[in-house]
Design a binder for this molecule. Structure first.
Ligand SMILES: [Zn+2]
Ligand SMILES: [Zn+2]
Length: 481
């Protein structure tokens, strides 16, 4: 038992980290051709207690603990966090830290796999290295790190000004502190699994896919910097995973650990290789086929439940896995045929234009999809939606800065309107723009019950936390401040 744990430490296979594939992989088959075992809820629960020992969570958790101990939050009344929900002083202190951690970790994966050849089973044989695509992914990822720092600033502001309660005892100072610290350590990775599925699935509904998530899917074949390459509105909802820190009385470590997980885990899961200790064929299939495998690897049972589980590359993609250039720009050049029935989620007439072998997000929606490059100017549709969605959040930011400067509260009705605008405005704007441009894409809706459930959970996990945090920031300071 102990030797098994040691050999699988941090997700290793037989004690090896590179040039070793997950146990289900048959190395005699082409990369991606092995069949992923069907995930089950029971297996997910059974693996839960060991999630910090025999999965890559070990490394991320160690990084989070080091950050929390070495660069703790300053939640004093006179600290930068208390001055404003978006404070230049807070950003000056925290943004370089987050950029350094994220860049160091992701660059390690990019360099070892794509420059130094530490792995030898790429999903796409003879992959062409495109610096322009990497630069594109870097720019949108850095925007994500900035937005995360904004999330952290808002939470630190709420705590420091008494607008949100938190556990201020450290793990070492009391039994209560230790309990909260250990609970956060163990539960954050499990919560991330659940949140990611529902947030990701909502981003695949027609309008949100067309205006927001299609940017992430510009990378049909992935590399580590494509992991956090998302539209700013996707970052907004992806980082809404911080919901438990709003709902529950938690230690600030829970938020920081959540942030480390959100920023670092996409790096290796978008590696593009099958034979290393954080390889993620499951999510790779999602980028190849788009309308399947919405969950992270660990929570694949959710895809089984909702009928979107795909366990291998289809036969025409297994012969060396031909390079499939980035979606959108290349649909006319793609020679592969439609996917077999096993790769289709429903009988919806949308299916052939959604997530098909055309490179994902095909059909008429393709015109809103752009290649992963910075050399082409954005479309008018992209720029208009970006401006509209930014306006939804900026209106709140201006009011919140005013509230912070005057240490008062916004008028109740105004606070509610601005909070709803920040959380739900980007969704409404996506629907409006998509309705005008008649673009679209993403995934089939399925039956009304399934669609309703997915939309309800998506809204609860994406828009509601953003609105709630924004609303709290417009309230008066707590009495203890
Ligand atoms: Zn992805
Ligand atoms: Zn997706």
């Amino acid at each position: 038992m102990l030797s098994t744990l040691i050999r699988g430490f941090a997700g290793a296979t037989d004690g090896r980290f590179y040039r070793v594939s997950p146990s289900f992989v048959d190395s005699a088959l082409p990369p991606g051709a092995s069949v992923i075992p069907r995930p089950t809820f029971a297996a997910w629960l059974r693996a839960g207690p060991l999630v910090l020992i025999n999965t890559p969570n070990t490394i991320w958790a160690l990084i989070a603990v080091c950050m929390f101990e070495c660069v703790p939050y300053d939640l004093s009344r006179t600290g930068p966090a208390a001055s404003a929900p978006l404070s230049a002083a807070f950003f000056a202190a925290r943004l370089p830290l987050w950029l350094g951690v994220w860049l160091g970790y992701t660059l390690w994966w990019h360099a070892t796999l794509h420059w130094f050849g530490f792995a030898e089973r790429p999903f796409v044989a003879a992959r062409e290295y495109r610096p322009g695509r990497v630069a594109h992914n870097l720019v949108w990822s850095v925007s994500g790190v900035v937005i995360w720092t904004g999330f952290e600033n808002v939470f630190a502001y709420l705590w420091a000004t008494g607008r949100l309660a938190y556990v201020d005892e450290t793990a070492w100072s009391s039994r209560r502190g230790a309990l909260h610290f250990c609970a956060a350590l163990l539960l954050v990775p499990l919560w991330r699994d659940v949140h990611f599925f529902f947030a990701h699935r909502m981003l695949h509904f027609n309008a949100l896919y067309a205006q927001v998530h299609s940017l992430h899917h510009r990378n049909t074949d992935v590399e580590p910097f494509s992991g956090l390459c998302m539209h700013p509105v996707e970052h907004l909802y992806y980082f809404a995973c911080a919901l438990p820190s709003l709902l529950l009385l938690t230690t600030p470590f829970a938020l920081l650990w959540n942030g480390v997980h959100l920023l670092l885990s996409p790096g290796a899961s978008h590696s593009g290789f099958e034979d290393h200790w954080q390889a993620d064929a499951y999510h790779y299939f999602h980028h190849r086929y788009v309308s399947c495998n919405y969950a992270g690897t660990d929570a694949g049972f959710l895809d089984v439940w909702f009928g979107s589980f795909v366990d291998t590359l289809k036969p025409t993609d297994q012969k060396g896995c031909k390079p499939r250039p980035d979606a959108k720009a290349t649909r006319a050049r793609t020679r592969a045929g439609p996917p077999p029935a096993a790769y289709r989620e429903t009988r919806s007439p949308m299916r052939m234009r959604l997530g098909s072998a055309r490179g994902g997000g095909g059909g008429r929606g393709s015109r809103c999809l752009r290649p992963a490059t910075l050399t082409r100017p954005p479309s008018l549709e992209f720029a208009a939606y970006l401006a509209l969605s930014a306006g939804c959040v900026l209106a709140w930011a201006v009011a919140a800065s005013d509230v912070a400067a005057g240490a008062h509260a916004a008028a109740p009705r105004l606070a509610a309107h601005l909070a709803v605008l920040a959380g739900f405005g980007p969704v409404a704007a996506a629907s409006a723009v998509t309705g005008i441009t008649r673009s679209g894409g993403g995934a089939p809706r399925g039956g009304p019950l399934k669609t309703g459930l997915l939309l309800a959970c998506g809204t609860l996990f994406c828009s509601v936390p953003v609105s709630w945090a924004c609303y709290l920031a417009l309230q008066p300071p707590g009495e203890d401040v």
